[in-house]
Design a protein. Structure first.
Length: 214
């Protein structure tokens, strides 16, 4: 009887994405512990697109030190201008030591009037992780025309998630700086091009970034 109750509960949790038989042999879905840990931080984005975090599948993973190759065309030297605290344009770790430039690489900027604007960006995103203590600047994500990163959510001072779309499929890129690793997850459901965008409807609005001159 206890076994049957456990099976029913397990099915309720997982049935939206896969059957019990699949779960027994398929380990590519995001782990339950990981999902439970990050879901509260990603809730607004998940709810906006009506996504179930249990449906995200692991596409690839990486473990190794971030490379700061000075010969790369993407190399950017850390300068005094990078030692900045501006949460309207950058996404900071809880201790404010590290941050990411997702908003500015997407095309947002601050005018002389002090206000921030967005009128469209380039056809690519170059997302850098900047460490103000170590004075380091490393590109961690590059997106071309087929993808777009919409937001960053810091879970703690070492773990953060970059969320967005890859060829209209929702994606989560989960970084852990303490282990020098990341996992890339994709949801097979597609977001229609004509659907409202979280980046515009939520992220830019919450930052009070203007998309028209007022």
């Amino acid at each position: 009887m206890k076994k049957n109750i456990f099976v029913y509960i397990f099915i309720i949790i997982c049935s939206t994405c896969y059957s019990m038989d699949v779960m027994k042999r398929d380990t590519t879905y995001i782990g339950i512990d990981t999902a439970c840990k990050i879901e509260p931080f990603l809730k607004d984005w998940l709810d906006f697109y009506k996504l179930n975090i249990s449906c995200f599948k692991l596409q690839n993973s990486y473990c190794g030190l971030l490379e700061n190759d000075s010969t790369s065309i993407y190399f950017r030297k850390y300068t005094s201008d990078d030692d900045i605290y501006d949460p309207q344009l950058y996404d900071y770790s809880p201790d404010k030591i590290r941050y990411l430039n997702l908003i500015t690489t997407s095309g947002a900027y601050r005018e002389e009037d002090g206000k921030c604007y967005y009128f469209g960006g380039d056809d690519c995103q170059e997302i850098y992780l900047i460490d103000r203590n170590k004075k380091e600047k490393n590109m961690i994500v590059w997106k071309g025309a087929g993808g777009f990163c919409e937001d960053v959510f810091w879970i703690d001072n070492n773990i953060f998630a970059i969320v967005g779309k890859e060829y209209n499929k929702p994606e989560i890129i989960l970084f852990d700086l303490s282990t020098h690793s990341y996992n890339h997850y994709i949801n097979e459901s597609k977001i229609d091009d004509t659907s409202p965008s979280y980046f515009f409807e939520v992220n830019l609005r919450e930052r009070s970034i203007f998309t028209t001159r007022e």
